[in-house]
Design a protein around this ligand. Structure first.
Ligand SMILES: [Zn+2]
Length: 616
């Protein structure tokens, strides 16, 4: 079907803007393609929003909304979601959403791999008792220009939400080409994220004290160090100037400390920010105005960071990711970090850059929507290519997931909903759709309880603990229990209640047992495909379980988050039980109840070969 609109009417004025909507129905789905020709002088067509799908929400029975934020969100009652409008790729990690009724659903996607900014909209405020879903396509089509959209695909399906994820993945497989990461990353258990020097200049870990971090890593089993605030400016200050600090011991002390970390089997990642420009620097005075992403009025977009309530806030502009000066800068930073001996660089925020648009005409992007996503992808590909030639084992990390960006990223620092336990968090969405994307859990506290470690293991996230403030160090090193008041100057304190509840040594010992368990079963838990709840049955709903599939084996990871022992029986068709294992256990009898706050891996040998990929 073809709908043709030969002009637009605005109030009483007719505008020479032609719009064609082509709607096709085949293979059990609808596709909508929009095209437009703008012949209206002085007018720019900024947005086409549609198609609109209005789904009635019954009081008693209604579908959940699957929303691709963070690692995934499942909004059980979309009527209370308000008006969601978020951009892909700068906030959402995939351009699709779904209504999930359990045994059936509706898949809505924009099949476009260009990484140009669009919005996904889910609005419960328009029609009472209904949710209205739509896509905001942003052509910015000027007078004399034409534009064509990629297809919007709407597909009703029966079965669980995995059907929707599989539909997206089938399309993503036409362009998703993940890079090959260094072998050492396979056995990376997670990192200690450490802020050596804070924004206010307080030094918490001079370079010589990296030895203490190495010792702590032996205790908690995390074999990576993420060094933040390693520069003379400290953390969230003087970006993008990143040089070793004399006050912390100078460059040679940093290099020596990195070598000692290597000797102890630790990998070292150095921090940079992928987009923030501190506006109070000599760098900004010289390069800022030409580098910053700007609004239509030419004003830089940005955000302000104040880590301490009694410290001066630092206003930061966002670099435009298509600006050549910025691409060169990120490449130089990666080379500099590598030259210091580090094993990798993290570009903080880069997986989810703001703003979603840049209106500068000096950065080489044809449209405001092409500034961010395509720019990040081009720069990361360039960094990977050039660094690979210098140091093949060097890795590139970013914060946040975006599917098209992550194919050129080795490891992601998880951020947002789904990367830590929360009621609406739905990490199944990321892990099932892109099981090969390697990410950390987010845990901004120096120690974690058993269930937080178990939760990350269940979802295949690498672990993290964070030491960001001085009381964090006193706690993790000396067991000094903090009071809430110890963090009163700090904007985003750790979870003090958890710290008070835990004994840091004990907590580290359990985390280490989990990390070793994950390494023992890396063939499933790291290299296998996350199959969520498919391929097995379990008889106790109090126990959470997820399947991981390798070529010949299926692993079912069972976790008892409760405070009482739970009997559990798992059945896998066309497979023979092979072995059971648990963190810190020598021998596991799978017929015994699962102890409180404990996990167990049940390994099955498949008697008929599963082609796990084709099953999707
Ligand atoms: Zn720009």
């Amino acid at each position: 079907m073809r709908l043709h609109y030969d002009h637009l009417t605005l109030d009483d004025t007719s505008l020479d803007v032609q719009i064609v909507v082509e709607i096709a129905a085949e293979d059990g789905e609808f596709t909508f393609r929009f095209s437009l020709a703008n012949g209206a002088p002085d007018w720019t067509v900024r947005e086409i929003r549609g198609p609109f799908v209005t789904a009635p929400m019954d009081e008693e029975e209604h579908p959940a909304l699957i929303w691709p934020l963070g690692a995934g969100e499942r909004i059980v009652d979309p009527r209370r979601a308000g008006a969601l409008r978020q951009p892909y790729p700068t906030r959402l990690f995939m351009p699709w959403m779904a209504l999930d009724a359990g045994d059936a659903g509706l898949y809505l996607a924009y099949h476009d791999a260009s990484l140009q900014t669009i919005t996904l909209n889910a609005d419960a405020s328009v029609v009472p008792g209904a949710i209205e879903l739509s896509f905001g396509l942003l052509p910015f089509c000027k007078h004399g220009e034409t534009w064509q959209s990629a297809p919007v695909v709407i597909r009703p399906y029966s079965g669980p939400w995995h059907e929707a994820a599989a539909r997206y993945r089938r399309w993503a497989d036409t362009w998703y080409r993940p890079i090959r990461s260094p072998e050492w990353l396979r056995t990376a258990t997670g990192w200690q994220l450490v802020i050596l020097k804070q924004q206010n200049g307080e030094i918490h870990w001079p370079y010589a004290d990296i030895d203490r971090l190495i010792e702590l890593g032996k205790e908690n089993g995390l074999n990576m160090l993420g060094l933040f605030g390693w520069t003379d400016g400290g953390h969230d200050r003087r970006y993008p100037i990143y040089e070793p600090d004399q006050a912390m011991g100078g460059e040679h002390a940093l290099r020596r400390a990195i070598r000692r970390a290597h000797d102890a089997g630790q990998r070292v990642i150095l921090y940079t920010n992928g987009q923030l420009l501190d506006m109070q620097t000599e760098w900004y005075a010289e390069f800022g105005p030409q580098t910053a992403a700007v609004s239509e009025r030419g004003e830089p977009f940005g955000e302000t960071w104040a880590k301490y309530k009694d410290g001066a806030p630092r206003p930061m502009a966002y670099a435009c990711q298509s600006c050549g000066t910025w691409s060169d800068k990120l490449l130089d930073l990666a080379k500099r970090v590598q030259s210091l001996g580090a094993d990798g660089i993290i570009f903080d925020q880069l997986g989810s850059c703001h703003p979603m648009l840049c209106f500068s005409e000096r950065h080489g992007h044809a449209k405001p929507t092409q500034a961010i996503g395509p720019g990040v992808a081009a720069t990361l590909a360039r960094v990977q290519r050039e660094l690979h030639a210098i140091a093949p084992d060097f890795i590139v990390m970013v914060e946040h997931v975006t599917d098209g960006i992550n194919q050129i990223v080795d490891l992601t620092h998880g951020c947002g909903v789904g990367f830590c336990p929360s009621p609406s968090g739905f990490p199944e969405l990321l892990r099932f759709t892109f099981p090969e994307i390697l990410a950390t859990q987010r845990h901004p506290t120096p120690a974690m309880d058993r269930n937080t470690a178990n939760w990350a293991c269940l979802y295949g996230f690498a672990h993290e603990v964070e030491y960001r403030y001085w009381p964090d160090r006193l706690y993790i090193e000396h067991g000094a229990v903090p009071a809430a008041g110890d963090y009163e100057r700090v904007g985003s304190p750790p979870d003090v209640a958890t710290m008070r509840r835990l004994a840091p040594r004990e907590s580290a010992a359990y985390l280490r047992a989990v990390a070793e368990f994950e390494q023992r079963h890396a063939d499933l838990l790291r290299d296998g495909r996350f199959r969520d709840v498919l391929g097995f049955a379990i008889d106790n709903p109090a126990v959470q379980a997820k399947a991981y599939a390798a070529t010949t084996d299926l692993g079912v990871l069972v976790w008892n988050p409760t405070a009482t022992p739970q009997p559990v029986r798992v059945t896998v068709e066309n497979a023979q039980f092979a072995a059971a294992d648990a963190p810190g256990e020598e021998q596991v009898d799978p017929s015994t109840p699962l102890p409180p706050e404990s996990m167990r891996l049940l390994r099955y040998r498949l008697t008929t070969r599963h082609d796990t990929h084709a099953q999707q």
